[in-house]
Design a binder for this molecule. Structure first.
Ligand SMILES: [Zn+2]
Length: 242
């Protein structure tokens, strides 16, 4: 299981990645790039569903998005560990999968696990490149960690056109039948089980898309601005103005 990927998308909980960057993963997978998901926890603190139902829903969502692997850690849902042992667990995955790009939760969010996850992944990704740290796998340092916003809106550093993948993203989200709106469910309602939640995800994709004159986009925050090979193509379809 040491097969490498181009992009590793990390979530604190199963379904974080689908919501935050499912369109990016579906778009890149369709383009022939190899992608993987890493869930840092099993989602055992969720109000709805069990870790077992969430695991089978997560597997279905990964198939829908076309990702090559879905790895999982058990760092504690609701109290995500960021100690050295947790860092070493993430370093192991980064060294095994050797991604060029890592996508992680923006460490500025409503859910403390997302904040911790963003920081943990950033630190572990740096340490994964240290030669002096011997773990039995060769060092590897990805080009960059970029972040997807979750509950809070964020000013994007760049947008990715996901117009062709929006339906796939929604299908992957709907695979989490225990978590999202289901009129037949007898489970307690939550922040994300409201019918408005999925509408908000779609509205966000449309609103970011409108900024770039495409049907749908996902937003990412990067610590450094991306280098554009073709600034003309990057602003294709835009209009001038502040
Ligand atoms: Zn989450």
């Amino acid at each position: 299981m040491n097969e490498t990927v181009d992009v590793l998308a990390v979530g604190a909980h199963p379904d974080d990645v689908e919501l935050g960057c499912g369109g990016l993963l579906a778009t890149l997978s369709r383009r022939g790039l190899r992608t993987a998901i890493l869930d840092l926890t099993r989602g055992e603190a969720g109000t709805r569903g069990t870790p077992e139902t969430r695991a089978s829903e997560a597997a279905e969502a990964a198939r829908t998005l076309g990702v090559s692997f879905r790895d999982g850690l058990d760092l504690g849902d609701g109290n995500l560990r960021t100690d050295r042992a947790a860092e070493l667990d993430v370093i192991e995955v980064v060294r095994r999968r050797r991604p060029r790009l890592v996508v992680a939760p923006l460490p500025d969010d409503r859910h403390p696990d997302h904040v911790r996850a963003g920081r943990l992944v950033t630190d572990a990704t740096f340490y994964a490149g240290l030669r002096a740290l011997e773990t039995g796998l060769p060092p590897h340092r990805p080009q960059q960690v970029v972040y997807y916003p979750s509950a809070y809106l964020a000013a994007p550093s760049f947008l990715v056109d996901v117009s062709g993948a929006l339906e796939t993203k929604v299908a992957a989200i709907r695979a989490y039948r225990s978590q999202f709106f289901d009129p037949a469910s007898k489970e307690p309602s939550t922040f994300i089980s409201s019918p408005l939640f999925l509408e908000a995800i779609l509205a966000r994709a449309r609103a970011y898309g409108l900024l770039a004159n495409v049907a749908a986009a996902e937003a990412f925050v990067a610590p450094r601005p991306p280098l554009l090979a073709d600034p003309l193509a990057a602003f294709e379809g835009f209009e001038p103005g502040f």
